[in-house]
Design a protein around this ligand. Structure first.
Ligand code: 5GP
Length: 216
């Protein structure tokens, strides 16, 4: 019979899982499914000044704020990172991320390469960076058009931006080519599992092994 209550605790250091991709690669679906499947990771809900799309919920998908509010938050140093994407501001509020990490939870970020570079500077070793690619350009265009939640000129703008965004893939630790969501989700969960098991993220291992060796 095990006597785990007496063993020294192995505390895991929370990690920051970043998912980036061009619009239309399936990153949002993938992140939603990961969150549904894993209670130990929480989404960092970004603030944005862009218009809400049909079906999006304030405080769940994004916190939708006006430009004055966003600028005020920048002034008050309330963002871990922020960037201008497609003419709108997007930013990661600092406090909820710090609270989640302090509580031992992992945090998922659905942010672009600019935000990832900023997080790298502030949170280097906590970061695990995953880039999601579409299976083909044809499929990327199809997904952007069939999503049809954005005006036509926005879709055109996003397609033009995709090539530029995809050039940042070498800055990431892992790359998932999203041919189908189920397979991509298995890949993403495997990355998370392996990263959680990294020796550097398991605090208290020295004490734990010492106790094992001493027969305690
Ligand atoms: P969308 O308007 O399609 O929701 O997002 C557009 C782009 O902005 C996506 O690449 C998304 O990952 C990125 N994005 C969303 N939130 C943030 C954020 O807080 N910071 C940064 N840097 N990018 C973000």
């Amino acid at each position: 019979m095990s006597n785990d209550a007496d063993a020294p605790a192995i505390q895991r250091r929370g990690l920051m899982l970043v998912l980036s991709s061009p619009s239309g690669a399936g990153k949002t679906t993938l992140s939603r499914q990961l969150l549904e499947n894993d209670a130990h990771i929480k989404l960092s809900v970004s603030c944005t000044t862009r218009q809400k799309r049909p079906g999006e919920r304030d405080g769940v998908d994004y916190r939708f704020v006006d430009t004055a509010t966003f600028r005020d938050m920048i002034e008050r140093n309330q963002f871990l990172e922020y960037a201008e994407v497609f003419g709108n501001y997007y930013g990661t509020p600092r406090a909820p991320v710090e609270d989640a990490l302090n509580a031992g939870s992992d945090v998922l970020f659905d942010i672009d390469w600019q935000g990832t570079q900023q997080l790298e500077k502030s949170s280097g070793s906590d970061l695990v960076k995953v880039f999601v690619l579409p299976p083909s350009n044809r499929e990327l265009v199809r997904r952007l058009v069939t999503r049809a939640q954005d005006p036509a000129e926005v879709v055109t703008q996003r397609m033009a931006k995709a090539a530029d965004e995809m050039s940042h893939w070498p800055e990431y630790d892992y790359v998932i080519v999203n041919r189908d969501i189920a397979t991509s989700l298995i890949g993403l969960k495997s990355i998370l599992t392996a990263e959680r098991l990294k020796r550097s993220r398991q605090g208290g291992l020295v004490e734990f092994v010492k106790a094992l060796r001493e027969g305690r």
